[in-house]
Design a protein around this ligand. Structure first.
Ligand code: SF4
Length: 375
């Protein structure tokens, strides 16, 4: 049984249009938003006695900034009613530039939202268009300024790199522009294309190439160098914080293998040694909740070996690495004893280091995080 404070995630599965690279679950009709909000409130009631308390709440999507202030308030009030939301909980909402206004942001702040994650992606209009984003660079800048004017002191931006037509030089300019707003947090993602997305099909059709391994590494290392030189902490493969205080508390829960409850269609949850996820369909989700059923698609019980592997996989994505003592205590895995030779080789190649009984990736190791976990 987990005793750690959990994270609460609410998946808002609505978007006004679909970005061409996106493989997240969302639909482009907002007709069912009211029903959806009521259903999430009912879903909270299913879990009210299971999760001890939450110190982070994250509205993700989809496009949570499509929620009206009234709908956001309904969800926040219900979360307070059904759960123990800790007094200084981190409450984040993702924001799509272009949907927002000063009144909207002010109202979110009044309701308790204290962190915004703005889906800037780029400050280059042609690139935004290529990605199929609805907003322009001007709207991205306006939403940042409006968020600051509304009093938000904890802002994160999402940015994408390694897109066709972009090179390290133009990416540097994007980072420079982002830094001019002194965001508290930056998430820099390499474009990855699921084969079902329209952009993947266009890449295939037009013979466009994804960056080679070397180019991708160049983007990754340059990003880290530019942002760490600007004073940011590179604390996870794609994530940077101005100080440790501004690391995403909510996302940390995923990487630290801490419990989280996901509500809404397609949302994932993790508690004890069990993981489950909801059906990725708004209508089925509403129907299940309407008939008093949890809308769970599947659940799985993880063995100690699986949990240990996951801990390793997730830990190797973070600068703090994996706590070897915890691996031993929780899952009976003595990694140093079992993988002595391989770890020695990784240390020789400067991909990992041992520090305070933790195995931590170096910057080059972080670039290969997913493969490192397979040791
Ligand atoms: S706004 Fe986000 S969730 Fe919606 S389509 Fe675009 S990338 Fe996907």
């Amino acid at each position: 049984m987990h005793t750690k404070t959990a994270g609460l995630y609410i998946h808002v599965p609505f978007c006004l249009s679909k970005c061409r690279y996106c493989s997240f679950y969302s639909i482009t009709s907002v007709e069912l938003m009211d029903e959806f909000v009521k259903a999430v409130v009912r879903e909270m009631a299913f879990y009210k006695d299971i999760f001890p308390s939450f110190d982070s709440l994250y509205f993700g999507g989809g496009t949570p900034s499509l929620l009206t202030t009234g709908q956001a308030k309904t969800l926040l009030d219900a979360a307070q009613k059904y759960f123990d939301i800790r007094p200084r909980a981190e409450i984040t909402t993702e924001v799509n530039p272009g949907d927002v206004s000063l009144e909207y942001f002010q109202s979110l702040r009044r309701e308790g939202v204290n962190r915004l994650n703005i889906g800037v992606q780029s400050f280059d209009d042609s690139l935004l268009k290529f990605l199929g984003r609805r907003h322009t660079a001007k709207q991205a800048i306006e939403s940042i300024e409006t968020a600051r004017n509304a009093g938000f002191k904890n802002l994160g931006f999402d940015l994408i790199y390694a897109v066709h037509g972009q090179n390290v030089k133009t990416w540097r300019q994007t980072l420079k522009k982002a830094l001019s707003f002194s965001p508290e947090h930056l998430s820099c993602y390499q474009l990855s294309l699921d084969c079902k997305t329209p952009l993947y099909k266009q890449y295939k059709q037009d013979g466009l190439e994804l960056p080679s391994e070397k180019e991708a590494l160049d983007f990754f290392i340059s990003t880290s160098m530019i942002l760490t030189e600007a004073g940011y902490i590179h604390y996870e493969v794609s994530n940077f914080a101005r100080t440790r205080k501004f690391e995403s508390r909510h996302n940390r829960k995923y990487w630290n293998h801490e419990p989280y409850l996901g509500l809404g269609p397609a949302a994932h949850s993790f508690f004890g040694n069990r993981r489950w996820w909801n059906k990725a369909n708004v209508k089925t989700y509403l129907k299940d909740i309407g008939s008093g059923k949890k809308p769970v698609a599947r659940s799985e019980q993880l063995s100690n070996d699986e949990l240990a592997l996951e801990s390793l996989f997730l830990g190797m994505r973070t600068a703090d690495g994996v706590n070897l003592e915890s691996l031993k205590k929780l899952y009976g895995l003595d990694l140093l004893a079992v993988k002595k030779r391989i770890i020695g080789t990784l240390i020789d190649h400067q991909l990992v280091i041992l520090k305070n009984n933790r195995l931590c990736p170096t910057l080059e190791g972080m670039a290969l995080a997913d493969s490192l976990a397979l040791i």
